[in-house]
Ligand binder design. Sequence first.
Ligand code: COA
Ligand code: MG
Length: 319
Amino acid sequence: MATSSVLRRALLYVPASSQKFMTKSLSLASDNITYDLEDSVTPANKQTARTQLRDHLSSLSNKPASIGELAVRINAVSTPYALDDLTTLASAPNLDAIVIPKVNSASDLSFVTDVIRHAALQRHSSDPTASPLKLIALIESARAVMDLRSICAASPYLSGLIFAAEDFALDLSITRTPGLAEFLYARSAIVTAARAFDLPSSIDLVCTSYKGPEGVKQLEEECQNGKEMGFNGKQCIHPSQVEVTQRMFAPAEAEVEWYVRILVADDKASAAGRGAWTLDGKMIDAPVVGKARAVVAKAAKCGMDIENIKAKWKDQKPE
Ligand code: COA
Ligand code: MG
């Protein structure tokens, strides 16, 4: 079963063909850094990128504290590159996860699962404390959306789904619009499947414009929209997108304060035998309290000082 402690608000792609980008990535603060061997690396550069990435991971004495997870995006299982990607990298030190593009059916994940099980023997012999690699599947075709149920059940290592808009738009001849309405069905299917199979992450599409105030505005709108739909993170292509994404996918301060007040008052309501009660004129009952617990727990993982907010509202009573 996937661990629910993984926080993946921003997933930043770093082309593994660029030594400069890989070095830069270590200075960033991001829940996830994904070194890319797929679309940002040309066929002629695949081998060099693989070995460069392996050397990069091996050269780290530890994963930087500001980075939650280091991952590699391999090439699609249907290409001649995937097996070499896995044999070169699946036993690499400091690697936490493998991002698999163009997952079309359960068999794509079964293949990767079998290969990483072999690599795990080597990983374990060099570092007995190493955890098993997690898998994150990119959903980017109509076929994949139709087969989400079997994809989600295909591997015990699966720990998240990612929606990839560009390839999905290509597959369905979709024209992307700023409101993203054309992707509603696929995005909603993905977050629903991730939840149904208890996968900790559902990660939304890339915001392709990343420059200037316009880029930030569009990114903030997309993050808000994705968060409202149930995604808990977003793919990024440029370091400037990471801070905004990390912030937007963390609970907002006002939201956390509201839910802390509910938890404090609910203790008093429960002690008085009240299951439904009122705060600021709004009805509070079990599902609201459940949501309050979830949001406050996430805020704590995002580094917010919950005890301080609780102390501020310690006298909060139900109305
Ligand atoms: N990862 C790490 N560092 C990156 C980066 C990335 N994805 N993108 C940019 N940087 C670094 C640059 O090296 C530069 O560092 P410096 O300030 O220390 O010199 C800084 O961030 C600013 O970069 P900038 O000059 O604005 O961008 P660029 O023109 O060098 O690169 C892109 C722009 C789009 C080519 C680049 O961001 C990129 O390749 N992104 C990833 C694309 C990708 O992986 N696509 C496939 C997945 S969808
Ligand atoms: Mg793609």
